[in-house]
Design a protein around this ligand. Structure first.
Ligand SMILES: *Cc1c(COP(=O)(O)O)cnc(C)c1O
Length: 337
């Protein structure tokens, strides 16, 4: 059993109020509502100062550290690194962010602009993780896991409190899933307050480590692949302590979506909702558009987790042009209302 409590999440909400934006909007999506046959609402985390929800968890972790902290480090697919850099700057701590070469340039620039040191190591999150662990051991930096840290998980869980305050009648919540800190924290809060709610993790079909681990009954490694949902890449750690058990115990199911479905969902969010969001944010819409979630899920919220998308890729997608993903080419597709 996890030691996470609702009190931890309530404490996180108080602690992060000065740094993260709380009570982010939850507007309806008329297009997705028509497809689902019930209200579909968008939880807009793209308004965070760093462009993604990860500021909630990172702020809670950094603000919980003693003043004597030498520095902080983490490995990241980009958004956690930017959030740690932002929170560290607010406290005057040094920050070193370790990333793989799969991280898009836009995310790298965002981190460096905050005054943090960004190190690119290898081609996978796991290699970046080794470097941040090394820094922690050699230089006495405090390492903040992007998903397997109770302060981070409690920070992300604050979104769950807000969802039920904003719409107590919610019946389904769609959560983009990678390491599971977001889904674990939110699902724990939602199920503790409203046990009847359906909580669905959504992720890309290739290289989804949490999905493979849940199927295997224990953390397993997967090969990382290029994805439009680049923020959902990376393993969950074979020594996972918290997020695996939370996802296993509190998620009702996990739905996988294809790259084509993510492409169409990003296009739809732009043309119909007027949203600039990254691929990881669009997986909930992809599950609805593809029919994988099914119709009539009841009042539903999907998390728009971040907006830190490479602008060239984004303009290609919303213009219906083909996109190169690693060795494969995603065919163009024109959005039709
Ligand atoms: C990190 C991230 C996720 C997934 O969060 P996990 O806690 O790793 O499951 C989803 N969307 C965006 C934009 C992210 O940066």
């Amino acid at each position: 059993m996890t030691s996470l409590t609702l009190a931890d999440i309530l404490a996180a909400r108080k602690r992060i109020a000065g740094i993260a934006t709380l009570d982010t909007p939850l507007p309806p999506s008329p297009c997705l509502s028509a497809i689902a046959g019930d209200d579909v609402l968008l939880k807009l985390e793209i308004g965070q100062a760093t462009g993604a929800f990860k500021l909630r968890g990172a702020a809670n972790a950094v603000l919980s550290l003693p003043e004597s902290t030498k520095g902080v480090t983490c490995c990241s697919t980009g958004n956690h690194g930017r959030a740690v850099a932002y929170a560290a700057r607010a406290r005057g701590f040094r920050a070193v962010i370790c990333m793989s070469s799969l991280v898009p340039e836009a995310k790298l620039a965002g981190i460096r602009a905050l005054g943090a040191e960004a190190r690119i190591i290898g081609k996978s999150q796991d290699e970046a993780q080794v470097e941040s662990r090394h820094l922690a051991e050699e230089e006495g930096f405090h390492e903040i896991s992007p998903f397997d840290d109770l302060h981070v998980i409690a920070g992300q869980g604050t979104i769950g409190l807000e969802l039920l305050e904003q719409r107590p009648d919610l019946e389904t919540v769609l959560i983009p899933l990678s390491g599971g800190g977001l889904a674990g924290g939110i699902a724990f809060a939602l199920k503790t307050i409203k046990p009847s709610i359906r909580v669905v993790g959504i992720t890309m079909e290739h290289g989804a480590a949490m999905h493979a681990s849940l199927a295997a009954g224990k953390p397993v490694a997967v090969t990382e692949m290029a994805s439009l949902a680049d923020s959902l890449g990376g393993g969950i750690g074979l020594e996972n302590r918290h997020s695996f058990a939370l996802c296993r115990d509190f998620l009702d199911e996990v739905i996988l979506v294809s790259e084509e479905e993510i492409y169409r969902a990003m296009q739809m969010h732009y043309h119909e909702d007027r949203l600039v969001c990254e691929g990881a944010s669009a997986v909930g819409a992809a599950a609805l558009l593809s029919g994988r979630l099914g119709r009539h899920p009841g009042p539903t919220a999907t998390l728009i987790t971040g907006r830190n998308v490479d602008m060239q890729v984004f303009t290609d997608i919303v213009s219906g042009r083909a996109v190169q993903l690693g060795d494969t080419t995603l065919k163009g597709h024109i959005h039709a209302a």
